[in-house]
Design a protein around this ligand. Sequence first.
Ligand code: FES
Ligand SMILES: [Fe+2]
Length: 424
Amino acid sequence: MSCTPEHTISMSRLTGQPRVWPDEGYTRAPYWAYTDPDLYIQEQSRIFRGPVWNYVGLEVEVPEPGHYKTTFIGDTPVVLTRAQDGSLHALVNRCAHRGNLVCREPFGSAKRLTCVYHAWSFTLEGDLSHAAFSQGLRGEGGLPKDFDKTQHGLRKLRVETLCGLVFATFSEEVESLESWLGEVATGIRRVLTRPLKVLGYDTQRIHANWKTYHENPRDSYHANILHTFYGTFGLSRMSQESGMVLDQAGRHVYFYTKAGTEKKSADYDKTASDLRSHNDQLTLEDPSILAWKDEIGDGVSVQILNTCPSFVLHQIANSLATRQLIPRGVDQSDLVWTYFGFADDDEKMTRLRLTQVNLVGSAGMVSVEDAAVCEMMQRAFADGEEGASFIEMGGKTLESGGSSKLSERAIRNFWHNYRHYMGL
Ligand code: FES
Ligand SMILES: [Fe+2]
């Protein structure tokens, strides 16, 4: 069998046979999808460099002309720049000469982007402006007479922004960012209401395939079960008013909960009494970490938003952050957290947002459990040869489960789209 561009064939390295997706379709995710190194390579071109918009940073991270930020889209190094006219550009950070990294610092400021190897330099828009010794010396060496500078710039990606978030795509075909986000853009607009201010960063190495983490913020079912702090201290419980919103194509999702809206019900009490995460005996000596000011005024204490394939925006109490998922091989991923507030926050609000990083930052008492679960999953299915996730909470279709948080609807939709992108 041959592998055509339209169809991916995943071969088992153990049996030498083509792998087949389970008959149940998107209600199953075979464990080999998280462990197959060949599939990982295909994901890079079909998804990350395919028809999707990838988050690359915040506009405020490159505030002035000449500022740049380096990052990744999948395995590909990318540099986000702000040109002299204020426009934003996303370029593949790979020299057009012999492939060296052009920008090496996380952030910088420059008039030109100059490669350290042979000093080819590029404009902030990515065009080649100068190649060292291109005319040769004393009549010898130099580049051929037909060398055309316009053909040797950095690879340029499409860039679009929404509410201060910057996304880029390799695809010429994919629709505009707004239309690609669909209804889920509402969740971005709800949170990002004014100019932002970065408060800090951390990057967390997760020893698991990127898809274990991508599924996690789409998984509203686990939130009040795995996370002791949510249930026990009432930040988010299944008994509270909540909902889930997907875009039409099911690529993106956000879910939300309103604290303090508990509705008594016998079936909740029956389950909650068995939950490790709901323990009425626990109290905090210093409850300041749980303080919450309803700054948006709609009562939503938690909103977690996920766009395919690698972006999360969270508002959890007053903590605001983006999380960018960068795959680092088939069984490792980096999660880059950018904590932020608004430019007009007073010191008290900034302190509150930073305090809550201890709850929902990468090492926070809630979020630390997400990476831990991803790593435990990877350990459990590392052989990759048999078995599959069972994804039927809320029903078996892309619509079933509706807007209920007690549903794996958003995960079914992810696998549906994944199979489409991958031709599996
Ligand atoms: S590799 Fe960049 S100038 Fe040679
Ligand atoms: Fe979680």
